[in-house]
Structure formats: C-alpha cells, structure tokens
Write a protein that binds this ligand. Sequence first.
Ligand SMILES: Nc1nc2c(ncn2[C@@H]2O[C@H](COP(=O)(O)OP(=O)(O)O)[C@@H](O)[C@H]2O)c(=O)[nH]1
Ligand SMILES: [Mg+2]
Length: 357
Amino acid sequence: MARVGILGLPNVGKTTLFNALTGLSAPTAAHPFSTTEPNVGVARVPDDRLDRAAALEKSAKVVHATLDLLDLPAMAPGGAGFGPQFFGRLREMEAVAIVLRAFRSDAVPDGESGTDPVAQAETLLLELTLADAEVFSRRADKALKEATGDASKRLGAEGIAKAAALLGEGIPLRASEWSEIQLEAFRDLAPLTLKPAVWVINVGEDAADPAALESAVAAVVPRGDVVVVVSARLEEEAARLDPTDRAELYEGLGLGEGALARVVRATYDALGLISFFTVGPKESRAWTVRRGATAPEAAGKIHTDLERGFIRAEVTTIDEVLAAGGWDKAKAAGKVRLEGKEYRVLEGDVLVVRFSV
Ligand SMILES: Nc1nc2c(ncn2[C@@H]2O[C@H](COP(=O)(O)OP(=O)(O)O)[C@@H](O)[C@H]2O)c(=O)[nH]1
Ligand SMILES: [Mg+2]
C-alpha cells in the first residue's frame, strides 16, 4: 500500500506524531539527531461511515483502509541528517508528511529554525529542492546525449534539463506544470518535490492562533499542498484512550473527530486515493483504489478472480446504505443499480461484484 514518510528537523515531534497515528510506542526523546533505523507502522484511515455501516450489518469484522508510515531519522540541515541514504529512503515513499515545530518547551532543545514553522518549512522545502536539483542536473546531459533521433525521448530529456534549471533556482517541481512525456521521463529519478506533501504544524498544547499559523505556512509552500495544525503530544495521549473517552476529550476541546483523522485523510486525498466499501455480516471493509479506477480494477483489490471474471457490479453509496438501514434494505428500496466494466468507482461506493471464473 501507499507509504508515507514522516520527516522534519530534530525534536519537532515526528516520533510523537508517528506514535499517535499508529498507536505504537516508539521511543521519543529530546535528542539532537538520531541515526537509528526508521520506525515503521500502519495508520488506520478513520471513517465513521464504515463503523456505522458495520454496526447496521452486525459485521463480525471491520477492516479500515490503512497507510504505511515511516518515521524517518531526523534531518539536520547541512549535517548528518541530509545524507544520500536519507534521500534515497525518502525517494521510495509515495507521499511525505512534514512536521514543523511550533511548540515551545524548555525541556526540548530546538535547533536553528527554533519554533518558527514558516522558517522550518522554507528550510526543508529548499533542502528537498536542492536534493532533486543534484539528481536532475546529473542526469540532464546524459539524457540529452542519448535522446538523439527519438522525438519523445528528446522531449523527455529537454524536460529533465528544464527541471534541473528550475530546481537549481530553488523552485520545487510541483510548482510547475509538466506534460505526461516529461513526467514519464522524471519517473525513475523519483523526484522528492513531486511527491504529495502534507505539512503538519505541531503546536503543542498552547496554540495561540492555529489558523494564522496555517495560512503563514501555506503561503511559503507550493499551492495545493495541505497544511494541518496538530498537537502531537495531545493526540498521542488521546490515542491511548478508549474510543468513548477519546471522543469526550475531543469534544471537550472542540476538536471534532481529532486532528489525526484530518492528517490521515489529507494524506490519502493528496495521494489521489479513494475508498469504496464492501459490507455484510461477515465483514465490512474499506478498500483503497486510485481515483478514476474502473469497477473491474476495484474488484481486483478484493480478489484477482473478481477482476478476471468480472461480469457486473451492484452499486450504491455508503450514505444510501446508512439511510436505508443496511445493504438489503437499500436494495429493497431500489437504491442499488447495476454497473458494467466501464464504470468508474466513486469515493463512498458500496459494491457487490458478480463474477464467474
Ligand atoms: N511540550 C511538548 N513537547 C512535545 C510535543 N511534541 C513532542 N514533544 C517532546 O519533544 C521531544 C521530541 O519529540 P520526538 O517526537 O521524539 O521528536 P522527533 O525528534 O521529531 O522525533 C520529546 O521529548 C517529546 O515528548 C508537544 O506538542 N509539546
Ligand atoms: Mg524521532
């Protein structure tokens, strides 16, 4: 599944956020820099529609969608953190969650960028951009030399050269428009600045004006990037509570479903992923597909036989299932329709696949 790398300067709360998202207990510490292996875990994509549908169906099992998370060792500008090994690992990720520290604490030393999330965002964006610049400029000459004669190769190589020039000026790739041919040429360079990014401002417990922080960071990152304000420490504590106590805590603080749900959702959206559902007494489950996937492709997530032998899908939406009081009732009320091979699955669809192999 999709892998998301958590990165940021030392002591900004990356591991705290990781623990909150995964429910694990990786050690957090006020250390300057760590060379340990990344912490690896799984974050559930929260979806209360699934929980409610499962309750109606009396499902024996509920399976949420997940994201794989890697809590990468800290980055220290110009120092040990920004090595080729670090960037190599980051290139394997499908998305990045970048943690920015806004909390103040005498107990936790801060670095050069202190507790100013805007300064950290600028520093980190520049480091990622320069890392791409190095890779692209190294490739540009070679690509141009090799591309003689082949028109599409030529276009790709020119794209790499143009990208190298922009990156060298400190402009991240996702700030520009690129053609399919160019993106294809970029693919095996795995550019960091094309990865969807979610910026997570860690405010601690003392957020003065979260909305102001959010817009200040949004102003210095590429347009379209999502910025979320979170109190990682609070969320880590909340994650240890049972669901009822947690809901009460969030309600008391006016946090709604909690900031973690928003971080995971934002990442999931930024990756271009959607959920569809299967519901029933045995199991209710959220499945992940790319936006625009056809019904057979979605069926293939459930089982390869369902894709191979796909005939039709019975389709409704999770909201219809919830409104009717379950799948059977939705069907009896005429809310379920039949769709064929061309159908593109939508976020929130509920499917029953008819197949024959
Ligand atoms: N006061 C306060 N301390 C925090 C908060 N988030 C993290 N910390 C502390 O900061 C230190 C570093 O956190 P950690 O998650 O290990 O940071 P990392 O180096 O980015 O992984 C730990 O002692 C945390 O308990 C917060 O929101 N408020
Ligand atoms: Mg850490």
